[in-house]
Design a protein around this ligand. Structure first.
Ligand code: GLC
Ligand code: GLC
Length: 811
C-alpha cells in the first residue's frame, strides 16, 4: 500500500494522507543550522550540535507519537484546527506534504480555508523560515485568528530533559513587537540566544507554556487558540514558548503570506548587552531583515533548489527503470548528504543526545558524499583524524560542536583506524588532492603532538598489524564494525554498557572481518606510499596484506564460508561447528573478504556467496546471521541480547547488504547483485509501505529479519551507513563507474535487466558521458573513448572543462 507518490520532476516525495505508518520526516539545513520535520509538522531544530545547542523541544517516545514541532493553529469562527493535521487531528478536506531537498511544504484545507506551511533553512543562515500562506477558497469573506507555536529547549537537550529542579526556574524571554527572544542562561555564560519573529503586526503573543496550553491540556487542545485570544504572557521560569497571535481577514479568493523566522544568534561577549539585562539584538535584526518579505523567501528557496541541482549534477543516470533513476539521481545522494551532516546524532530514532560523530561512521559516510562536496570531505577528514590517538587507535566518537573525542565512549574498536585510510583514499581518488597527506594533523586534538596525515594513516595501518591474535588475525578489541560483537565484555550486569565495558582483558579474541578490511584497505595505503615515493614502506604494507590474506584462508575459512571471529577462549564464532541455537554464519566477512578479493581466484569467494544466498537471503533483504542466537551468551555480548530477527541478531542490517552486492560483482554475478539491490532500495518498497513502515525515499538501518514476528518492518531510518554503501554499490560497482588512482574506471556489472543506460559523471572538473549497453552481468566490458577503442577499464582523467564520450558494451 502507498501513502503518497514520488514527484521526480520536482525531486519531492508527496505524502497524501497524514496517516502514514510512521512519521515520515525530512531534514532542513546543510551547513550549521539543522532541523528535522515530519509530515505532520513535528520535529525540532538545532545549531550545529543536537545535544548542546538545541533550539526547540521535541518529546521522543511520547504518546501520541511525534509530539512537539512548529505548529500553526487556526481559529476560524470558533473552529480550531491545525493544517499539519497533528496536533489537533481535525478532519481536513485536503492534505499534502511535499518533502523536497532541504525543504518541506505541508498543506491542509478545512472549511474552504487552505493553509500551506513551507519550512526550510536558507543557505548560509542560522535560521529556519516558516512561511504560512492562507487562502480563502470560499465565496464569503473570512476573518480568522492564526497562532504560531514553538516550545524552546533550554539549549542542552540532555539537561533539558533531566534537570528539572533547575530548569523550571531559569527560563527567560524578551518580547519586542513581533519578535520573541529566548534568552535562558544568557545572563550568565551563554553568548547566544534564539528568536521567533513574524513579518506582520501581531494582535498578541504568548511565551509561557502553561498559560498558552493549559496545565492539564496537550498540544491537541491548547487554551489560547481555542479561546481565540493571546494572553500576552511573559515566561518566568517554567517552560518558555513563542506564539504570535495574528488577525487575518481574507476576501473570497484572497491569499496572504506570513513569514516567520526562527533564528539563532551568537554575540561576541563584549557586545552581549544593549543595556543591562537587555539583549543586543543587532544581529537578530539583520537576520530578520533578510526575510521580511515573501519575495525574499522565494528567492532564498530558489537558491536552495539551485544548490541541490548543482550538487546532484555530479552523477546522473538515465535508464529505463524509474525507481533506479530516482534512487541514484535524487534520494540516495540526498540521504548521503544528510548523513554526512548528522552522522548518527539526530533522527526520529537517534535522540540527538546519545551519540556524536562516529569515527567509523563518518569515514564511511564520506564514501557516499565525497563527489558532491569534496571541500567539505577534506575538512571532515582532518576533523576525524585530529581525534586519533598517537598509537593509531581512535576515539569512537567526537562531538561536532567541540570536535573533540568523546571520553564517555572512549576507544578500543579495532576496526576504526582502517576506515580513515579508506576515507582518505576515496577523497584522493575523487579529487587528486594528494596535498592532504602533508597536512599537519594533531593526535587527540593536542596541537603539540601533530604529524602529517600520511603518518596518521601509517599509524592506522600499524595499529592493526601490532594487534594480532593467536591466529595472526586482528584483535577485535571492544568490537569491530558490528558494535554488538563484544568478545571481551563479559557482562552479567544490566547496568553496564556493552560498548564500553571490558570485564576481561586478553589478547585472544580475533576478528576475521577486520582481517578482510585490512586486505581490502591495506593496498590503498600501499598505493599512497608509492605515490609519496616510499617504495619500501609500500612493499612492507603489501607483504603484511599478503600475510593477512593467507591467515584468513588458513584460519578464517570454515569450509563453506568465512568464519566471523574467534572468541576470548579461542572458540569459533559463525562456524558450521557451532552448537545448534547459535549462529553458524554471519554476513560481514562474506561480503567484506570477497570485496577484498580473498578467495576470488581459488573459489572460496563463490562458495561464501552461495552460502549467503542459501542461508541469509530473504524476500526483504539479507539477514546478518543465521540462525539467530537463541540465548544470551556472555562471551559474545550484545549480539545475543536482541530477540531473534532484530538488529544485529539476524535483522536485515541494511548497511552490510551492499558489501554482498559488491562482492557479487567481484565474481561476475551482476544479476544477483541487482536482485539484492532492489530488495532493500526504498523506492522499490513503496508498494509495501504498510509492512516496511519507514519512509519509502530513504534507507533504514534495519529491517526485521525472517525470525522476527514483524518480518519486513524497518526501523532507524535516515542515519545509517546504508546510504553511502548502497550508493557506492550501485554507482561504482553495478553501474560500475568510479574514480580510481589514474583514471575513471568504467566496469558495469548489473545484467540485462537494465539493458541500456547513460551516466553523466563529473570528476576533477571534466565531464564523462558514458553510454552503456548491458547484455549480461559478468563484468566483461569493451570501451570506446571518444571513438577509439581502449584496452582495460580505466579511462585516463581528462582536462578540466573537457567532455569525454564513452561507449561501453558490458556483457
Ligand atoms: C550502527 C552504528 C555503526 C555500526 C553498526 C553495526 O549502525 O552506527 O557504527 O557499525 O550499528 O553495529
Ligand atoms: C547498539 C545497536 C547498534 C549501535 C550501537 C551504538 O549496540 O545495536 O546498532 O551501533 O548500539 O552504540
Amino acid at each position: 500500500m502507498r501513502f503518497g507518490h514520488f514527484d521526480d520532476a520536482r525531486k519531492e516525495y508527496v505524502i497524501t494522507t497524514p496517516k502514514t505508518p510512521y512519521p515520515w520526516i525530512n531534514y532542513l539545513g546543510s551547513e550549521q543550522f539543522f532541523g528535522l520535520v515530519s509530515h505532520q509538522g513535528g520535529g525540532y531544530c538545532f545549531y550545529r550540535d543536537a545535544k548542546m545547542r538545541r533550539l526547540t523541544r521535541y518529546r521522543y517516545n511520547n504518546v501520541p507519537t511525534d509530539s512537539g514541532g512548529r505548529y500553526f493553529y487556526i481559529n476560524d469562527g470558533g473552529d480550531t484546527w491545525t493544517p499539519t493535521f497533528m496536533p489537533m487531528k481535525k478532519e481536513l478536506s485536503f492534505f499534502e506534504c511535499r518533502h523536497g531537498l532541504g525543504y518541506t511544504q505541508i498543506t491542509g484545507t478545512r472549511n474552504n480555508l487552505r493553509a500551506e506551511v513551507l519550512y526550510f533553512v536558507p543557505l548560509g543562515q542560522t535560521a529556519e523560515v516558516h512561511q504560512v500562506t492562507l487562502k480563502n477558497e470560499g465565496s464569503t469573506p473570512k476573518s480568522v485568528k492564526l497562532f504560531s507555536f514553538i516550545e524552546f529547549c533550554l539549549w542542552n537537550a540532555h539537561d533539558d530533559g533531566t534537570n528539572f529542579q533547575r530548569n523550571f526556574s531559569t527560563g527567560e524571554v524578551e518580547v519586542v513587537g513581533s519578535t520573541i527572544y529566548h534568552k535562558t542562561e544568557y545572563r550568565e555564560r551563554r553568548d547566544h540566544f534564539a528568536f521567533y519573529h513574524v513579518n506582520a503586526k501581531v494582535s498578541g503573543f504568548d511565551t509561557d507554556r502553561e498559560s498558552f496550553i493549559g496545565l492539564y491540556n496537550g498540544f491537541g487542545d491548547p487554551d489560547v487558540p481555542s479561546a481565540g485570544e493571546s494572553k500576552n504572557t511573559i515566561a518566568s521560569g517554567w517552560s518558555p514558548i513563542a506564539s504570535h497571535g495574528l488577525d487575518v481577514t481574507l476576501a473570497p479568493g484572497e491569499e496572504k503570506k506570513f513569514v516567520f523566522v526562527l533564528g539563532y544568534v551568537e554575540n561576541p561577549r563584549a557586545e552581549k548587552w544593549e543595556k543591562p539585562g537587555i539583549i543586543n539584538k543587532q544581529r537578530a535584526q539583520q537576520l530578520i531583515a533578510a526575510f521580511s518579505s515573501a519575495e525574499q523567501v522565494s528567492a532564498a528557496l530558489g537558491k536552495l533548489r539551485e544548490h541541490w541541482q548543482g550538487l546532484l549534477s555530479s552523477f546522473t543516470l538515465e535508464s529505463g527503470d524509474e525507481k533506479l533513476n530516482r534512487m541514484v539521481n535524487i534520494w540516495n545522494p540526498y540521504q548521503c548528504m544528510v548523513t554526512f551532516n548528522m552522522s548518527r546524532s539526530a533522527s526520529y530514532f537517534e535522540s540527538g543526545i546519545g551519540r556524536g560523530m562516529g569515527f567509523r561512521d563518518s569515514n564511511q559516510d564520506l564514501l557516499g558524499f565525497v563527489h558532491l562536496v569534496p571541500e567539505r570531505a577534506r575538512e571532515r577528514i582532518i576533523d576525524i583524524a585530529s581525534t586519533q590517538f598517537a598509537d593509531g587507535s581512535a576515539y569512537h566518537q567526537y562531538q561536532p560542536l567541540t570536535k573533540r573525542g568523546n571520553n564517555e565512549v572512549g576507544s578500543g574498536f579495532n576496526d576504526d583506524p582502517l576506515w580513515l585510510i579508506l576515507g582518505v583514499s576515496a577523497y584522493i581518488k575523487e579529487t587528486g588532492d594528494y596535498g592532504i597527506l602533508d597536512e599537519q594533523v594533531p593526535f587527540d586534538n593536542d596541537p603539540n603532538n601533530a604529524a602529517s596525515l600520511l603518518e596518521h594513516l601509517k599509524r592506522s595501518f600499524d595499529h592493526v598489524e601490532k594487534n594480532l591474535g593467536p591466529h595472526g588475525l586482528p584483535l577485535i578489541g571492544r568490537a569491530d564494525w558490528n558494535d554488538c560483537l563484544n568478545l571481551n565484555c563479559f557482562s552479567e550486569d544490566p547496568n553496564e554498557s556493552f560498548q564500553t565495558t571490558g570485564n576481561r582483558t586478553g589478547r585472544t579474541a580475533e576478528s576475521v572481518f577486520i582481517a578482510g578490511m585490512f586486505v581490502h584497505i591495506g593496498p590503498e595505503y600501499a598505493r599512497i606510499c608509492e605515490y609519496k615515493a616510499q617504495p619500501a614502506e609500500a612493499a612492507r604494507a603489501r607483504s603484511e596484506v599478503a600475510k593477512m590474506e593467507r591467515a584468513v584462508l588458513q584460519h578464517g575459512w570454515d569450509g563453506e564460508w568465512f568464519l566471523r571471529a574467534y572468541d576470548f577462549f579461542g572458540n569459533k564464532v559463525g562456524s558450521k561447528d557451532c552448537p545448534d541455537g547459535d549462529s553458524k554464519i554471519l554476513i560481514e566477512p562474506q561480503g567484506y573478504c570477497v570485496m577484498a578479493g580473498i578467495g576470488v581466484a581459488t573459489g572460496e569467494a563463490k562458495k561464501a556467496l552461495d552460502a549467503v544466498k542459501e542461508r541469509l537471503d530473504t524476500p526483504y533483504g539479507i539477514v546478518l546471521n543465521n540462525p539467530p542466537y537463541r540465548e544470551y551468551h556472555v562471551e559474545l555480548g550484545e549480539i545475543s541480547s536482541y530477540p531473534p530477527g532484530y538488529k544485529e541478531n539476524a535483522g536485515i542490517f541494511c548497511h552490510n547488504n551492499p558489501w554482498v552486492m559488491i562482492a557479487e560483482t567481484m565474481i561476475g554475478r551482476g544479476e544477483q547483485a541487482f536482485e539484492y539491490y532492489k530488495k532493500i532500495a526504498p523506492a522499490y518498497l513503496e508498494d509495501i509501505s504498510e509492512i516496511h513502515r519507514t519512509e519509502p525515499y530513504v534507507y533504514s538501518q534495519m529491517i526485521a529479519g525472517k525470525d522476527a514476528p514483524r518480518q519486513g518492518e524497518a526501523k532507524n531510518s535516515w542515519l545509517t551507513g546504508t546510504g553511502s554503501w548502497n550508493f557506492v554499490a550501485i554507482s561504482q560497482y553495478l553501474l560500475g563507474i568510479r574514480p580510481e588512482w589514474d583514471g575513471l574506471c568504467v566496469k558495469p556489472c548489473i545484467g540485462k535487466e537494465v539493458p541500456e543506460f547513460t551516466v553523466t559523471r563529473k570528476c576533477r572538473g571534466a565531464t564523462y558521458r558514458i553510454h552503456v549497453k548491458s547484455t549480461g552481468g559478468t563484468g566483461q566490458v569493451k570501451l570506446t573513448v571518444d571513438g577509439k577503442p581502449i584496452d582495460g577499464v580505466i579511462v585516463p582523467f581528462a582536462k578540466p572543462g573537457s567532455t569525454v564520450h564513452i561507449e561501453c558494451e558490458a556483457s
